[in-house]
Write a protein that binds this ligand. Structure first.
Ligand SMILES: NC(=O)c1ccc[n+]([C@@H]2O[C@H](COP(=O)([O-])OP(=O)(O)OC[C@H]3O[C@@H](n4cnc5c(N)ncnc54)[C@H](OP(=O)(O)O)[C@@H]3O)[C@@H](O)[C@H]2O)c1
Length: 240
């Protein structure tokens, strides 16, 4: 059996992040999850640790990485997963909401990536950014979220090129709609949404988690890619 790796997941306590954490734990890895709060229902596992951190703060992510480094480990895989979307009308939209959507989805990815780079194994380290198919298409009413996720996809390519020679890979995942706490909090209706997807089903967090495990495998030339997992919505060109 291969040596356990150190995996860090922002927003790893709920929804997709929790599924990603479980997939790496099942793989035998050591997992650190970062979030602002720990839910009372949080899973416990001997190889799972939590650090409180808000991805909107560069200092908090730097300090989280310092705590991980204090455990004398290098980070093998860093996953920028924390994020949220909320519909906001464009023409009379609230700038504060645009700012927060960018602060978490885009700046959270910038802060996470910068913090990770100081402690990532080189060569061999890997960063995975959770974008969204919304960053490749035009979801009605979601201009802020779509723009922030498009920026995450652009950043993925730029970082992949900048750190390629250092042996650090950077990839993104672009999921279609997932039935998570975040999806429901934004007013999503899974049954209604599933009818708009070519496969007629919601994407499951476990499917995305398996794809993260694949992207984290030692595939030295796999970098700069955005893997779309959306039941065919992008292929058919339809985003409800
Ligand atoms: N659900 C979907 O349909 C869908 C589709 C495509 C892409 N995505 C993307 O997938 C990712 C996860 O979404 P989800 O639906 O799983 O969300 P979720 O159920 O709301 O879970 C979000 C996680 O992120 C943490 N988080 C939120 N804001 C944070 C902050 N400022 N700093 C640190 N942690 C923070 C939350 O914990 P705390 O609240 O305690 O901080 C929680 O652990 C996001 O990037 C989202 O954009 C989701």
């Amino acid at each position: 059996m291969s040596k356990p790796r150190t995996i860090v997941i922002t927003g790893g306590t709920k929804g997709l992040g929790r599924a990603i954490a479980n997939a790496f734990l099942a793989n035998g890895d050591n997992v650190w999850v970062l979030s602002r709060t720990v839910p009372v229902t949080a899973q416990s596992h001997p190889r799972l640790r939590h650090i409180s951190a808000d991805v909107r703060s560069r200092e908090q992510l730097d300090s989280a990485v310092a705590k991980i480094r204090a455990a004398s480990v290098l980070i093998d895989v860093w996953i920028n997963n924390a994020g949220f979307g909320k519909p906001v009308p464009f023409h009379d939209g609230d700038n504060a909401l645009w700012d927060d959507i960018f602060a978490v989805n885009f700046w959270g990815t910038v802060h996470g990536t910068r913090a990770a780079l100081s402690a990532l194994r080189r060569p061999g380290g890997s960063i995975i950014n959770v974008a969204s198919v919304a960053g490749l298409m035009a979801p009605r009413g979601h201009s802020a979220y779509a723009t922030a996720k498009a920026a995450v996809i652009a950043l993925t390519r730029a970082n992949a090129v900048e750190y390629a020679e250092a042996g650090v890979r950077v990839n993104a995942i672009a999921p279609g709609p997932l039935d998570t706490e975040g999806f429901r909090a934004a007013g999503g209706d899974p049954e209604k949404r599933a009818r708009t997807i070519p496969t007629r089903r919601m994407i499951t967090p476990d499917e995305i988690a398996s794809a993260c495990v694949f992207l984290a495998a030692p595939l030295a030339s796999l970098t700069g890619q955005t893997l779309v997992i959306d039941g065919g919505s992008h292929a058919i060109g339809c985003y409800a």
